[in-house]
Design a protein around this ligand. Structure first.
Ligand code: PRX
Length: 665
């Protein structure tokens, strides 16, 4: 990277621009803005031809496709529909007999620091063996398999093994509660669950299998025939005879060869639940071919992945980032990647930097929340500052999951990247499958806090409520105007909700509505994401629906009469959850309020998971409502932020309530 063209420190108007160095442009696969523009022009001139080329070049087909895009059932789009392939074969078998065969696929660093490596050939053997174990349990193409695993090689093996059989995996993040697992088991109709006895995080052993037992004991889980348990530690766990098997039992007699099952391009590869603006999480369904093609292409474009790279995406496999940039993308691209079991602060907050040095990581991809918390830690204790580690192996830094504020961007750029590595701020969503708006390391001049420009072929725009374009410089709604191969196919079991959530009639029913606000800069047309426009919060890069948390709170029927949840800005987590609660008894104050707030937090952790615990809980005799009974959320948002109320409160039924709710406890 060359020096910024302007060193103005102000972050209100971002004037700093960091063009790629000449060497980076020269070395990169997409070399310079002209190369980027040429790809955009190719897509504009022949949209289907562009995607057909990528589909043919990046995937290995057992039956080639003849039709690229079928829009006849829009917005249920079909890509490469008459082609057939297998996702696992496209991640593993394709490398056998090439230089990649004996290359390290995964460097696994456990919580305690011990390191295990597997080559592509070994990984293929493990995936095949596990697929045979699933097969022996009767798992066939189209079955749903729920995965509730820690970050381990086995987590990736489990996902790949499902893909090998054409079984549809649904991974549930290990931090979700038994109740959340239960809901997903039922919604997806899982026949097998894959879990571990325990997970290791920060030096602690946390039981995992007991959560599955608890979930299954909640009833209506007759679809589940078997539970497979990976013995992460030696600690025994409850095993139900006839239903539960350990990994070793299941794999004992299995061969390490398993023929991949060819599936249609549109066959669902997985279902991943994410939060929406209404109560129930949505099962986002992705396809096999379109999804996998984009996972591989974005590894090559966004991260410019090269044979010698050591890639590290810190996301858990329970999130979309872990699906695309741990389980599928790096393997399809034949890269060496690091998988880390633990947490960034154990045994100290220098762990990420020490691991980059230890494994000579070259491309590092993490979330702004992690960066912000590590900035704080480094400021408090120089011993964990990135300067203490040799980070000279790094060449590209990535950011994902939430807006990265320019201060954090600059710190990351200077202290981790040594002012040498571009910070690639990738914007995308669970529904997108892979990156949609992002800089390219050997082309795009960077502006801190901006995800810059859409990838070639992604027709992103900013529009008003009726779908009309909004000029650069003014804010509006982020949309993608044409379908693209890695987009969500439907919401599992709820096609109507799919249409309603993403393809509003007011915009013609064919434009993908992202649910984020955005603005394009007047000078470069760069995108900056301004945050969700619906009732979805982003806490530490994790999506949470306000309604989901409200439902959890009011489900505590002995205590809670009413609840409203809003977000407020937070220095580390981006947004924090703030709940306003009316109890069925008189409003508590002082110690009692603290006690009840704790009880409610623990309750939400049990209902959804610890990530959904409200940071602030405020009690009122009532909530601010209009005379027609509508809760005035914008007032709650101001109160949560600690702002003075400047809005018109004349329509409020009960204005006195505002002072009460402003009290923190
Ligand atoms: O609000 C946007 C934010 O995260 C949301 C998507 O969350 P999820 O589906 O969990 O996927 C996260 C990882 C891909 C978006 O609607 N978001 C994600 N990346 C960025 C972002 N906001 C700003 N900048 C980003 N780079």
């Amino acid at each position: 990277m060359s020096a910024p063209s302007s060193a103005i420190e102000s972050t209100l108007v971002e004037n700093r621009v960091f063009p790629p160095s000449e060497a980076a442009v020269k070395a990169a696969r997409i070399s310079g803005m002209a190369a980027y523009e040429a790809l955009c022009a190719e897509a504009a001139a022949d949209y289907e031809g562009f995607w057909a080329r990528l589909g043919r070049e990046h995937l290995q087909w057992t039956k080639p496709f003849t039709q690229t895009l079928d829009e006849s059932e829009a917005p249920f789009y079909h890509w490469y529909a008459d082609g057939e392939l297998n996702a696992s074969a496209n991640c593993l078998d394709r490398h056998i007999g090439t230089a990649v065969e004996n290359k390290t696929a995964i460097i696994f660093e456990a919580d305690d620091g011990s390191v295990t490596r597997v080559t592509y050939k070994e990984l293929l053997g493990r995936v095949s063996r596990f697929a045979n174990a699933l097969k022996a349990l009767g798992v066939v193409k189209g079955d749903r398999v729920l995965i509730y695993m820690p970050m381990t090689i086995e987590g990736v093996v489990a996902m790949q093994a499902c893909a090998r059989l054409g079984a549809i995996h649904s991974v549930v993040f290990g931090g979700f509660s038994a109740k959340a697992v239960h809901e997903r088991v039922i919604d997806v109709g899982a026949s097998v669950i894959i879990t571990a006895n325990a997970q290791l995080r920060g030096g602690k052993e946390l039981p995992l299998k007991n959560i599955i037992d608890e979930a299954l004991a909640m009833g209506n889980c007759d679809s589940v025939r078997n539970v497979l348990v990976y013995e992460r530690t030696k600690t025994a766990c409850n095993m139900v005879a006839g239903r539960d098997l350990t990994f070793s039992q299941a794999m004992e007699a299995q061969s390490d060869r398993c023929e991949p099952v060819a599936v249609g391009a549109e066959h669902p590869l997985f279902i991943l639940y994410t939060s929406g603006s209404t109560g129930k999480p949505k099962g986002v369904q992705h396809s096999t071919a379109g999804y996998l093609m984009w996972a591989k292409v974005t590894m090559e474009w966004t991260f410019d992945i090269q044979p010698s790279d050591v890639f590290w995406c810190t996301a858990d496999i329970g999130w979309i980032t872990g699906h695309t940039y741990v389980t599928y993308g790096p393997l399809a691209a034949g890269a060496t990647q690091i998988i880390f079991e633990g947490i960034p602060t154990y045994p100290n907050a220098g762990r990420f930097w020490q691991m980059i040095e230890r494994h000579k990581c070259t491309v590092f991809y993490t979330a702004p929340t992690a960066i912000r918390s590590l900035i704080k830690a480094a400021e408090a204790d120089p011993a964990v500052h990135p300067a203490r580690s040799d980070l000279s192996s790094l060449r590209i830094l990535g950011s994902v999951g939430e807006p990265i504020n320019p201060e954090a961007w600059m710190w990351y750029y200077k202290n981790v990247g040594g002012e040498r590595c571009p910070v690639i701020d990738t914007f995308w969503q669970t529904e997108n499958g892979g990156h949609v708006i992002t800089p390219l390391p050997g082309a795009t001049p960077l502006v801190p806090g901006s995800c810059t420009l859409p990838l070639p072929g992604i027709m992103a725009a900013i529009v008003d409520e009726t779908g009309n374009d909004i000029p650069n410089g003014s804010g509006g709604m982020l949309v993608i105007k044409r379908p693209w191969p890695s987009m969500i196919r439907t919401i599992w079991g709820d096609p109507e909700r799919f249409k309603k959530s993403y393809f509003p009639d007011e915009m013609g029913g064919k434009t993908y509505l992202a649910g984020d606000g955005a603005v394009r800069s007047a000078d470069r047309g760069y995108f900056r994401i301004t945050g969700r426009i619906d009732d979805v919060l982003n806490v530490s890069g994790h999506r949470m629906g306000t309604m989901e948390i409200e439902s959890a709170l009011v489900a505590k029927t002995d205590l809670v009469a009413e609840a409203a949840v809003v977000g407020r800005p937070d220095d580390v987590t981006g947004e924090a959850i703030c709940a306003f609660v009316v109890l069925k008894r008189s409003r508590p104050t002082g110690e009692e309020a603290k006690q009840i707030a704790k009880e409610l937090r623990d309750w939400v952790a049990k209902e959804i998971g610890p990530i959904a615990k409200p940071k602030d809980i405020r009690f009122g005799d009532n909530l601010p409502k209009t005379r027609s009974g509508k809760i005035m959320r914008r007032l709650l948002r101001s109160i949560a932020k600690g702002e003075a109320i400047t809005q018109d409160t004349s329509t409020l039924e009960n204005p006195a309530i505002l002072d009460q709710l402003a009290e923190t406890n």
